[in-house]
Design a binder for this molecule. Sequence first.
Ligand SMILES: [Zn+2]
Length: 438
Amino acid sequence: MDRKRKRNVGNKYIILLVALICFIACKEEVEKPVIKEELAVVEEPEEILEFGFNLNDYIVKRDTIRRGDSFGVILERNKVGYPKIFHIAEKAKDTFDIRRLQIGKPYTLLCSKDSLELPKCFIYQPTMEEYVVINFHDSIHAYTSRKPIKYIEKTATGVITNNISETLEEQGLSPRLAYKMADEIYAWTIDFRRLQKGDRFKVIYTDKYIDDTIYTGVHNIKAAFFEHNNEPFYAFEFMTDSTKGIIDYFNEEAKNLRRAFLKAPVKFKRISSRYNLKRRIAVYGYKVRPHKGTDFAADIGTPIMATANGTVTESARRGGNGNYVKIRHNATYETQYLHMSKRKAKVGQFVKQGDVIGWVGMTGNTGGPHVCYRFWVNGKQVDPFKQKLPEAKPISDSLKVKYLEFIKPLKYQLDNIFFKPEIEEEEPEQTIITQANS
Ligand SMILES: [Zn+2]
């Protein structure tokens, strides 16, 4: 009997214990979310980092340098006294000359987070990437730094219906992609004024961002594929000289896409008259007046560039040519540039491709501002657009192996970008309007 009671008591204890454990466990389960909520409340506000500071620690005042502003004027306006301003300027001068502030450039003041709002730090941004910090919180120290840059790789495809700019614009892509393809990468291999409907392209390029947020445009094209008249043209960016930073585009067989000659001696050009041996002109009574040059119309003062490396053999003002410069490039090639407003080349001078040798004008026999570009092969004037121009510096044999390895993954990537399936135009739904004759 006694034993039985004991067991009963024991059982009661066990039941109680289980109930207690259950109670605690259940209670914990209930309480858990409460704890979580409390943690969320305590959590610190998110850091806003810029210029290496947590902006939450300050009252941030942003402005741009205005006419009449100086370092002193700005600080004085923000309740800093002149003795202190002189002291700061003196201490900072080895890093940054405060007189170099330019109108229109942004600056930021980090001020104390109290009712006084006293400036503790002056940050000036001479460029989008660069900034100067003059910190006078405790001790005075100044330094220059750069904002973090990020390059984001992107791809794009397009099919030409009219011209490349339109195709890019329709997709909201940067016009810089067109410029880079037409004037830098394929300037020698594809005539972008003669694209065909259905020509198409794929590009792998990078966009540049400052501080993760500020978009500054297309940085570079790493690889491109252009199908023109059903013919494929690959292009891969490759650095051939890392010390000089020389970058060129080569095709899948390591052939340089650039030629020894620029296509034109001026940028932003319009060809106003092509090489034509049978040209007839009204003012000459429609007699044949062969035009052995190519005229590029451009505004007066547009820089004229040497289209290839060479030595200046003539620089003079003479008759119908007006101000002109002639360059010998090698035993085979010579070029000449007429009607300049001003020359910038001396006989005997060595010029490099792209060097400015004069400016567009109207000297000599001309009806409007243009540069008449003449091209000689073995002493005979020819049409440069009909020439197979010599390849620019070919890739060296040792680099070629490296190049072909380098482009393998890029080419694979390019080949696996697919053109968006063309949206088939649906037949517009026919709405039949029946008119009730009354
Ligand atoms: Zn001409």
